[in-house]
Structures are given as structure tokens and as C-alpha cells.
Design a protein around this ligand. Structure first.
Ligand code: GDP
Ligand code: IMO
Ligand code: MG
Length: 433
């Protein structure tokens, strides 16, 4: 197959919210097409342009550049009502999104019964709840893998659509009942009416995204693939079951776009200069109060999708080293380094010490066994802070020595070079090396 263009992938290398939206927005300058390949409206990608803040849930962050095409691949689960609202919101804010956005006709639809099931399942799990975003992601991917999902292409076949909805509604009602939840509007008529409110309009956005990307690549265009969530939320490689339901790692970019893996050129891992997680599950370097609150306030760590406070901890090199391996990261983009400006000491976790019950000793790999992970103790290295604002730094040499030393140590521990450092929310607050 002919290929004259390039593909760059941006993935989160921690637990999501690393600042992928900001990095994609910056990198989009040098791309022709920006695409999302997995996840759905669980994502919240923030981009600040001048005085304006945009939080994108389904539309790729490249949309804020007026001349970029934006694609949603087959790997995403599409909440069509939310998606169209997002397009309208962008248009109302002066961004001509509609003519530039296309959706894969192989993407699966996320319907309101998926959201009802998400809530019901979380309630049923009680203390073992995952802490999902409530956007219906798990139930929508369950249908996809269970081979009962409804795809964008089905919207063009009303008879087939009706049969699929009827078959699904039957089982969804049963599931909701078993979970003790209200079956309410989940009737064939109700669901078909829901789809009818956007069916025609959605079809106007539908296309064969895989084929479109192949043509772009043949024509020498540059594609930027925007991951959602983070490597530790990957369905296979994350802290299962406290994960999302898609392949968030770089391999997911190939599958979720209908693109061969040989075409992925650069794989950029986005990391915060510290660590956060929203939702439940292990977070080895989580810090105690009141330092936790100090980090949260300094970094404004509240979820972009749900507004929940994010749990905060120090940079965990075990996590990012693991992400480097499973994604074959070729470079790191470090964000929010400025958030550490006011800390006298900044800590880096270099490894984990297994508990005595587990034989002691240093573990330098991220374990599959969550019980083992919960029992281990992080090993820290303390670094002096830089005690000054770095918000104005625009080159490596502008950074204080202590900040450079911290970053060099991150590179050494992770084994991947840092290509970009973000020192604030805005587009300009970035330095490229
Ligand atoms: P994403 O989901 O990975 O795109 O990240 P989110 O948008 O959920 O969260 C990152 C937050 O940090 C957003 O509010 C960004 O505007 C903000 N942010 C990104 N980079 C920087 C940075 O370098 N410094 C500061 N202070 N904020 C940043
Ligand atoms: P972005 O793209 C951070 C988390 C949820 C929960 C788990 C499963 O903005 O980085 P889900 O709703 O996907 O079934 O929830 O995953 N989660 C995220 N955490 N950033 C995200 O996206 C997330 N999307 C899902 O909090 O723990
Ligand atoms: Mg986010």
C-alpha cells in the first residue's frame, strides 16, 4: 500500500487527564488530520486558546485549528446526541466544526440504555464500584464485544435498525430489572424515537474512516491520532478491573482507525510531572493529606468530565516505564511542570518494595496482581524544588537547573527522551526541545 504521509500517536501514559488535549492542540499545528480512535464521551480534553477554554469529549482536539479535518474512528463508542450537541456548541462559539468532522460508519452507537446500565451496575457493585464517568462506556463496549451492538451504518437501514433495537431492548430491560433499576423508557418505541431525533443528521457525518485515512496517507498528509484515557486505564494492561473498556494504548490506534500497525511512526506518551487518578483503584504514589490537597489545588485537579476531585500523588516512574514498553513510546511530553513550582521538595518514585509477606525486595515492573500492588511500598528519591515560577520558560535553557535535573532524572528512569514540556494551560506555554 502506498504511503507518503505520517502518523503520530498521542497516548496518556498514566491514568488519564495527563494534558493530552493541550499537547494534541499544539501538535495539530503541524498535522492535516486529527482523529480519535477509542473511548467516548468519558474523555474530557481541555484546550485553552487565548481567553477561551474548550472541553472536548468526543470531537478531536484538533478541531480548534480552523483548517484541520477531524475524524472519529471505528474504535470509538459514539453518543450521537452528545456528539451533535458538541458540534453545535463549537459552532456557536465560532468554530466551523460540522464541515470538518467525520465519523466512522463502523463506530458503535452509545444509547441512553447504556448510561442507565452503567449507573445500575455501579450501584450494584457497591463498595467495589469502579467510579466510572457514568457515560455508558462499559455497557456500550460490552454490546460491541457481545456482537449485539448497533453501528452508525445501521442508521441507514431503518428495518434492520428496528430489528436490532427490538432484540436489544428485551435483554436490556431484563438486565435493568435484575440490577433493581428502573426500565422506564427502555422500550422499542422509546429507543427508536431517541435514535430518530438524530439519525438523519448523524448519517451526514458518516463515512468509511479507515479508507479516508488510507487515502490521506497515500496523498502525503500528516495524521495525528489522539488517545483518550491513559495506559493504566487500558482494558488489558491497566489496573483491571479499575479500568475503562477500550484499548487506550498505542495498539488501539491501529485497530480503532482501521490502520495497519506498521504505519504508526511516532508514539508520544503524555505524562504529568506528578500523578493523578480519578475514580477507584490503586494509586501507589498517592500522597497523604494535607499534601494531597496542596497538589490538587496547585494543579486544579478536578475532573473535566465529572468535576470529581482527582486523587494526587508523586511521579511514578514504574508506571511510566511500563507505559513506555507497552506503547513503544518514542518520546515523552511532560505537562504541568509549573504545578510543582511551589514545592520545596519534589519526589520521584523509582521502584516498589514488595511487602515482607511477598518476599520483600525491589519490584521494578508493574505487577498484574492488584493485591500485591496494594501491599507494596513505593521507593522515593527526593529532589530539591526550584522555588520560582517557570510559566514564562520557552526553551530548555530557560528552565531552572533544578527543574532540568528533575526532568533528566525522569528521562533516565523511564528510558524515553522528553521532547516537550508544558508549563501552563495556554498554547504558548510549551517548550520544545
Ligand atoms: P486530558 O484529558 O489528558 O486532555 O487532560 P485534561 O484536560 O482532563 O486535564 C488536564 C488539565 O491540565 C486541563 O485543565 C489543562 O488545561 C491543564 N493543563 C495542561 N497542561 C498544563 C500545564 O502545563 N500547566 C498547567 N498548569 N495546566 C495544564
Ligand atoms: P481523559 O481522556 C481520567 C476513568 C473513570 C473510571 C474508569 C472507568 O480525559 O484522560 P468509564 O466511564 O470509562 O467506564 O470509567 O476510567 N476514566 C478517566 N479518568 N481521564 C479520562 O479520560 C477518563 N475516562 C475514564 O474515572 O475510573
Ligand atoms: Mg481529561
Amino acid at each position: 500500500m502506498e504511503r507518503n504521509g505520517t502518523c503520530q500517536v498521542v497516548v496518556g501514559a498514566q491514568w488519564g487527564d495527563e494534558g493530552k488535549g493541550k499537547i494534541v492542540d499544539v501538535m495539530a499545528e503541524r498535522a492535516d488530520v486529527v482523529a480519535r480512535y477509542q473511548g467516548g464521551a468519558n474523555a474530557g480534553h481541555t484546550v485553552v486558546v487565548g481567553e477561551d477554554e474548550f472541553i472536548l469529549h468526543q470531537v478531536p482536539s484538533g478541531v480548534l485549528h480552523r483548517d484541520k479535518e477531524c475524524l472519529l474512528g471505528n474504535g470509538v463508542v459514539l453518543d450521537a446526541a452528545e456528539f451533535l450537541d458538541e458540534i453545535d456548541l463549537l459552532e456557536s462559539r465560532g468554530i466551523d466544526a460540522a464541515p470538518r468532522v467525520r465519523v466512522s460508519n463502523r463506530a458503535h452507537l452509545l444509547l441512553s440504555y447504556h448510561k442507565a446500565l452503567d449507573a445500575a451496575k455501579e450501584g450494584h457493585r457497591g463498595a467495589r464500584a469502579i467510579g466510572t464517568t457514568g457515560r455508558g462506556i462499559g455497557p456500550a463496549y460490552e454490546d460491541k464485544v457481545g456482537r449485539i451492538g448497533i453501528r452508525v451504518a445501521d442508521c441507514g437501514e431503518p428495518e434492520r435498525l428496528r430489528e436490532l433495537v427490538e432484540a436489544n431492548v428485551e435483554t436490556k430491560r431484563g438486565q435493568l430489572r435484575l440490577l433493581g433499576a428502573d426500565e422506564g423508557d427502555v422500550t422499542p418505541k422509546g429507543v427508536l424515537a431517541e435514535i430518530e431525533t438524530w439519525r438523519e443528521r448523524l448519517l451526514g457525518f458518516a463515512t468509511d474512516v479507515s479508507q479516508r485515512v488510507a487515502r490521506h496517507l497515500a496523498a502525503g498528509r500528516r495524521i495525528l491520532l489522539e488517545g483518550a484515557q491513559g495506559s493504566q486505564l487500558d482494558i488489558d494492561h491497566g489496573t483491571y478491573p479499575y479500568v475503562t473498556s477500550s484499548s487506550t494504548t498505542a495498539g488501539g490506534a491501529a485497530i480503532g482507525m482501521g490502520l495497519g500497525p506498521k504505519f504508526l511512526d511516532d508514539i508520544v506518551g503524555v505524562v504529568k510531572a506528578y500523578t493523578t487518578r480519578v475514580g477507584n483503584g490503586p494509586l501507589p504514589t498517592e500522597v497523604e493529606s494535607p499534601l494531597q490537597e496542596e497538589l490538587r489545588e496547585a494543579g486544579a485537579e478536578y475532573g473535566a468530565t465529572t468535576g470529581r476531585p482527582r486523587r494526587c500523588g508523586w511521579f511514578d516512574a514504574v508506571v511510566v516505564r511500563y507505559a513506555a514498553r507497552i506503547n513503544t513510546l518514542t518520546e515523552l511530553a511532560v505537562t504541568k511542570l509549573d504545578v510543582l513550582d511551589g514545592f520545596e521538595t519534589v519526589r520521584l518514585c523509582t521502584g516498589y518494595r514488595a511487602s515482607d509477606a511477598d518476599g520483600g525486595g525491589e519490584m521494578d515492573e508493574f505487577p498484574a496482581n492488584l493485591a500485591l500492588l496494594e501491599r507494596c511500598v513505593p521507593i522515593y528519591e527526593d529532589h530539591p524544588g526550584w522555588g520560582t515560577s517557570i510559566a514564562e520558560a520557552r526553551s530548555w535553557d530557560d528552565l531552572p537547573r533544578a527543574a532540568r535535573r528533575y526532568l533528566e532524572r525522569v528521562e533516565e528512569l523511564v528510558g524515553v527522551p522528553i521532547s516537550r514540556v508544558s508549563v501552563g494551560q495556554s498554547r504558548e506555554q510549551i517548550l520544545e526541545r
